[in-house]
Ligand binder design. Sequence first.
Ligand SMILES: C[S@@+](CC[C@H](N)C(=O)[O-])C[C@H]1O[C@@H](n2cnc3c(N)ncnc32)[C@H](O)[C@@H]1O
Length: 284
Amino acid sequence: MAGSDPDALHAEIIGRWERAATGWGKHADRMRDFGMPVSAWMIENARLQPGHRVLELAAGPGDTGFLAAELVRPGGTLLSTDAADAMLAVARARAAALGIDNVEFKRMELEWIDLETASVDAVLCKWGLMFSVDPEAALREARRVLRPGGRIAAAVWDEPAVNPWATIPTRALVDLGYAEPPDPDAPGMFILSAPGRLQELLESAGFVDVAVEAVPTSRSFAGVEEFVDETREVSSMLGELLDPLSHAQRAEVEAKVGELARPYAAADGSLSLPGSSLVAAADA
Ligand SMILES: C[S@@+](CC[C@H](N)C(=O)[O-])C[C@H]1O[C@@H](n2cnc3c(N)ncnc32)[C@H](O)[C@@H]1O
């Protein structure tokens, strides 16, 4: 990670997402299905109405926002945004394939939302805030662009212990000495997972009537090889750690992942790994 310079760190994080976008495009249907219980909770709790203008932040392939785009017809629109151009390209292609025409796309940072004050009715942000170098500033920005009484619905990852699908590949690399243990204080999947943290952040950004819940998720793979390959393709960080390894070292990593994932394996070798996402909704 790029030391303590927040701009350099931000650029490094966005660079990673630019590189991961090809994998997210390739696996977008599977990622959408995996995240659907979370997206559904967010959409329900955003209380969308026909005619609403919805902003999705850190939209990635864009699927949560696309659900909203359907619900705000007639007259409503979606602005789908992400800081990574390559992710926006994936989202544009998906909207075109789905025939969604009430959506615009714009490159936008979570920490600096290029919109007028009180200009949207709802903000959606699924699994994005944890990658911000300043999540509180991001939420203050989200509140600024919401009309008074507008809704935010957001999701971040719950604690590592309840997300083995995410921790097993990293743990295998660390156990084998191919990676350093993740820095718990750096932006990353679990930085907002501590009990009460998301609620506190939303309240300190000025949101009211904050509700936070945990939604179970589940990731399924045909086997260990698919688990490792897909994880490498959607996480450029994992890719950068795995790619320089020799064939034998990669086989060693796969065996370690298999060992750690054994409690979640069926007799045919397929895996069903549990997970938990925190979801939150609040009024601006
Ligand atoms: C884990 S993906 C989630 C994508 C999508 N929301 C979903 O749930 O499938 C994180 C996304 O956040 C974006 N992102 C990370 N940091 C960001 C920032 N500071 N501002 C805007 N987008 C950011 C990345 O480019 C990436 O598309």
